[in-house]
Design a protein around this ligand. Structure first.
Ligand code: PEP
Ligand code: MN
Length: 338
């Protein structure tokens, strides 16, 4: 349920409503917009019959949220969410945010080489997995904390932010210490305990879409994070499983305008996992920018043939620089910047 306040509602009136809602054992979430303040109320709605709240001073109207996801819905908050980082980088504004790096952190030297390219290209985030969700238990599983240390040091030296995956509730506090943004991978999109745990984090969350999840399920996963208090969520479309097997996944660019209509959260696109092949990454990156993505995540490797994971979809540094230049032109054409 959403309580829409009058534009001249006072802080005292807001506090009074919040107390009343809490007193009923429900969770109020105050969202202060430019025009007016709204209070989202999560919990069994029968506890709160519409009638009495509408007569509270400062209340304009009380509306049920019809979508199953509440806090992340456009109904709850009409303005786009912009996720900000301490160095001034913002996700969800006019400027697109670019994230790039190897699939896995393999060694410090390799990370330095890639980070130089990432910086030169004008990207803001260094990506790289220290904990890798591999299909086979015999494949490289990541360097763990050693990899996190490399990410932090190299990114700091280069003036970049770090986004990296956390796979286990037991590692959230560890990964949080080294990164600027916690990534929830496709395979963990419905790991509800992990979602609840990162919902308690102060760091923004990058929530990748599950391999075979609908947009509604994805937004419900975002709701798990939001309902635990963390509204700094960025969605990442990374391709879904379909009957088509020419590409590793099917890059669902439909999801971008759909998410934009249904939710206020920013959304970025990962065409590396979306296509699975380096030669299709750039065309889909440009497509993603054209349909309104708020950023891109791209896998880059200095020597893809030797990569410990996802070599076939990793771009050589020069290809990544070209992708950035071309995407910039598309961004300008649709009134955005990179
Ligand atoms: C990754 O970003 O390296 C990754 C494992 O992605 P996904 O969870 O989308 O497969
Ligand atoms: Mn990968």
């Amino acid at each position: 349920m959403i309580i829409v306040l009058k534009s001249d509602a006072t802080q005292k009136q807001i506090d009074h409503i919040v107390e009343k809602v809490k007193g009923l054992g429900l969770k109020p979430q105050v969202s202060k917009g430019v025009e007016r303040t709204i209070i989202g109320v999560i919990g069994p709605e029968d506890k709160l019959s519409v009638q009495p709240l509408e007569v509270f001073p400062g209340v304009e109207k009380v509306m049920p949220i019809l979508k199953p996801y509440k806090l992340v819905s456009r109904e709850f908050k009409n303005e786009n969410t912009v996720v900000s980082f301490p160095n001034g980088v913002k996700i969800g504004g006019k400027k697109l945010v670019m994230m790039a790096g190897p699939c896995s952190v393999e060694s410090k030297q390799m990370l330095i080489n890639v980070a130089k390219v990432v910086k030169k290209a004008g990207a803001s985030f260094l990506r790289g997995g220290a904990f890798k969700p591999r299909t086979s238990p015999y494949n490289f599983q990541g360097l763990g904390e050693e990899g996190l240390k490399y990410l932090r040091t190299v990114a700091d030296d280069m003036g970049l932010l770090v986004v990296t995956e956390v796979m286990d509730t037991r590692d959230v506090q560890l990964v949080e210490r080294y990164c600027d943004m916690l990534q929830i991978g496709a395979r963990n999109m419905q790991n509800f305990n992990l979602l609840k745990e990162v919902g308690l984090s102060k760091k923004p969350i990058l929530l990748k879409r599950g391999l075979a999840s609908t947009i509604k399920e994805w937004l419900l996963s975002a709701e798990y994070i939001a309902s635990n208090g963390n509204l700094n969520i960025v969605l990442c479309e990374r391709g879904i499983r379909t009957f088509e097997d020419a590409t590793r996944n099917t890059m669902d660019l439909n999801a971008i305008p759909v998410v934009k209509q249904w939710s206020h959260l920013p959304i970025i696109v990962d065409p590396s996992h979306g296509t699975g092949s380096w030669s299709w990454v750039a065309p889909l990156a440009k497509g993603a920018v054209a349909v309104g993505a708020d950023g891109l995540m791209i896998e880059v490797h200095p020597n893809p043939e030797e990569a410990l994971s996802d070599g076939p979809q990793s771009l050589l540094p020069e290809k990544f620089l070209q992708l950035m230049e071309d995407s910039r032109k598309v961004a300008h054409a649709v009134g955005r910047e990179i």
